[in-house]
Write a protein that binds this ligand. Structure first.
Ligand SMILES: [Zn+2]
Length: 125
């Protein structure tokens, strides 16, 4: 896998934040150059990736909004889901416009084998 600094500013492949020129590593993902902000370096799992595996995708981003307890329950449910790995969970953020409501963001990596199985099921419908 080749990496080099970005020559032009561009959106982070994970969060969309604009990365200034020379400030983030470019990586080549399925034939496309993508840039990453300092919070989202190119998939850490690349280190132990084997050549026979497809390139790692950026993690899925989910946001839960609800009471603090509801958000905690949903994050917990995600952590217990087989073949899904919760990479990172943000702090609970109070929603200013909705008193009593909080949001939490999580990054989730879904096992490619699960995705492949779901894609096969969809193709049969
Ligand atoms: Zn980012």
């Amino acid at each position: 896998m080749s990496t080099r600094p970005n020559r032009h500013p561009g959106p982070c492949a994970v969060c969309g934040t604009t990365v200034p020129a020379q400030a983030g590593p470019l990586s080549r993902t399925q034939g496309r150059w993508t840039v990453h902000c300092t919070d989202h370096p190119p998939a850490a799992s690349d280190e132990n990736r084997r050549d026979d595996q497809p390139p790692a995708q950026p993690p899925v981003e989910v946001r839960y909004t609800g009471t603090e307890t509801e958000c905690a329950a949903l994050v917990q449910a995600l952590k217990l889901t087989p073949h899904m790995q919760v990479m990172r969970v943000s702090d609970l953020t109070p929603r200013r416009e909705k008193p009593g409501r909080h949001s939490v963001y999580a990054h989730v990596r879904i096992d490619p084998r699960l995705l492949a199985a779901i894609a096969r099921e969809e193709a049969q419908e």
